[in-house]
Design a protein. Sequence first.
Length: 164
Amino acid sequence: MKQTLEESKKAYANGYYKDMLENGLEFQDFVTDSLYKHGWVVVGYSSRKYQIEKGENILGVEIKHDMNWQKTGNLYIETAEKARPENPHYVSSGIHRDDNSLFFLIGDYEKFWVFQKQVLKWIEKKGLCRRVATPTSRGFLVPIEEADRRCILFIEPKERGNAV
């Protein structure tokens, strides 16, 4: 269901986006533990300054929690965002953000994929996806079959119950 601007404003006012931010941070911590078990050490930046100037972490992995891929059969790759639905201007984000990110990790607690950021840009350029937008985000959907072919790492962590 596509969300209208008014619905998005109401959700923002009711704390939905704040809740989603906390959800995303918890997922990042879970992924950090999972990647460590596979030999990838993620050291995150905490300050706003370093996150803006350098990215989410030293390793250069942007981490995104996609809670809908199992329902839709697609991964949502964000390319632009805005903090408030009433703001008319989007800023580059996700794979279009100019930072140190070389990799893009997306999925949920059951499965996640790691891509080279350039591969996702190639998928977008070649049209192997479908563009979508909401009042606060723009991006494209990558079918799971395409994601499976193009990812450099696929992990099924299975340890969520023991994560915290």
